[in-house]
Design a protein around this ligand. Structure first.
Ligand SMILES: C[S@@+](CC[C@H](N)C(=O)[O-])C[C@H]1O[C@@H](n2cnc3c(N)ncnc32)[C@H](O)[C@@H]1O
Length: 314
């Protein structure tokens, strides 16, 4: 452990034990540039005040894809509905803590029903993908069906009050090959943009597309494996447009599933404040190290990621 528990401020980055009462006392200005909260997303958010976050950028655990090795984790629910409900509850809290002119960017991938298999084969390259049990095929679906998790979740959040404003396609030019012969290889995920109100903070000039025109809704960005993290991280280039477009310097950016802290790295690089919640202390250690030391390694805000420019990142 990095030895900075208990909300002690060091280098502008504070690490908090599961309770976040500090925030409740002084939410007008954060006690540090970045707060890393070790705990469950839902419980931690419940301890935070209303309406102070400008934007949330996050990627929750996908359903039934990875075991993050810690009890209380989201993603291992036996039923799809339980998983969607657990996330809807977290994102209702995200909505409550969001300012009236705030936004929420959600990256989430899809998966297939198991096709009758009940175990996932060990994956030597990605040990966390080897799961002991695969859940039964959700009611109403058939073996081999694409589940449609992103849209099921997006529509649930829309019903919960969020305005669904965009479905960005994250095109992954370097997508992993798949051994399938009866469908195209998946090379994309979704990034949904939600707003809390009809009107919201959005500066289209802060991250223009090709030739200065409005950014398009297909972003071509390579995935980047992280040697220090044994789980799915998203690239900094995916987080840069959301933070540039919907926050300004000094605004608070939240990631309730902070993992290795990618959102925080981009937020701090742009002069924003960051609150990251993460259940697994080992991952929070990685986040803390990165926030203290690492500059972002992707193009700075303003660089185009439009698919038609072919600017695919590193
Ligand atoms: C897809 S990863 C996020 C990766 C992150 N975007 C990055 O770039 O490093 C999802 C994270 O959610 C965490 N997690 C799972 N259940 C959680 C819960 N109930 N509360 C908080 N974090 C949780 C996992 O430990 C994992 O680090």
């Amino acid at each position: 452990m990095a030895g900075s528990r208990g909300g002690i401020r060091r280098g502008g980055i504070a690490r908090l034990a599961p309770r976040v009462s500090l925030l409740a006392e002084s939410h007008a200005s954060l006690p540090a540039e970045a707060l890393l909260v070790e705990g469950d997303a839902l419980a931690s958010l419940r301890g935070m005040p209303d309406g102070f976050v400008q934007a949330t950028v996050t990627s929750p655990p996908y359903w039934s894809l990875r075991d993050y090795g810690i009890s209380g984790q989201i993603g291992l629910e036996p039923s799809l509905d339980d998983y969607l409900e657990a996330l809807a509850e977290v994102f209702a809290q995200v909505r409550r803590v969001t300012r009236p002119d705030g936004t929420f960017w959600l990256n989430v991938g899809d998966s297939f029903t198991s096709g009758g298999r009940t175990r996932r084969a060990p994956d030597r390259k990605h040990p966390v993908r080897a799961m002991k049990v695969r859940p039964p095929t959700p009611e109403g679906l058939k073996p081999k069906d694409l589940i449609g998790v992103p849209w099921r979740l997006a529509l649930a959040l829309q019903r919960g009050g969020w305005y669904l404003r965009a479905d960005v396609i994250w095109h992954q030019p370097n997508a992993m090959p798949e051994s399938v012969r009866d469908r195209p290889t998946i090379a994309h995920e979704y990034v949904f943009l939600f707003s809390k109100s009809e009107g919201y903070k959005y500066d289209r000039r802060a991250f223009p597309g090709v030739g200065g025109r409005n950014l398009r809704s297909v972003w071509s960005i390579n995935t980047r494996p992280r040697p220090e993290a044994h789980f799915a991280t998203y690239p900094e280039a995916l987080v840069q447009p959301p933070i540039a477009l919907t926050t300004g310097p000094g605004d608070i950016v939240l990631d309730p599933f902070a993992g290795s802290g990618t959102t925080g790295v981009v937020a701090l690089a742009g002069g924003r404040h960051f609150i990251g919640i993460e259940l697994n202390p080992a991952y929070l250690d990685i986040a803390e190290r990165k926030l203290r030391s690492r500059p972002p390694d992707a193009p700075a805000p303003g660089a185009a990621v439009d698919a038609d420019r072919g600017d695919l990142g590193p």
